[in-house]
Design a binder for this molecule. Structure first.
Ligand SMILES: [Zn+2]
Length: 71
């Protein structure tokens, strides 16, 4: 269980543009979102995790820069 599991992601249905906000953890368990319009969205969880990890790393770097400025 990683920290990312509790994070919500925004997935848009390509068919009806409805927004879904599943957590990474729930997508790892089942990567398919059944939309109300009847479309089944297959989510690439590994891609999402990779992208989110990139963002986390960037945020960490910015935080460090701010700490350095404050000192
Ligand atoms: Zn839909």
């Amino acid at each position: 269980m990683s920290l990312l599991d509790a994070k919500n992601v925004s997935i848009e249905c390509p068919k009806c543009k409805r927004k879904h906000n599943p957590t990474i953890g729930s997508l790892k368990e089942s990567p398919i979102i059944n939309c109300a319009c009847g479309n089944a969205i297959n989510v690439d969880v590994r891609y999402l995790v990779r992208e989110m990890t990139k963002v986390e790393k960037k945020v960490g770097r910015i935080r460090k820069d701010i700490e350095r400025t404050v000192e």
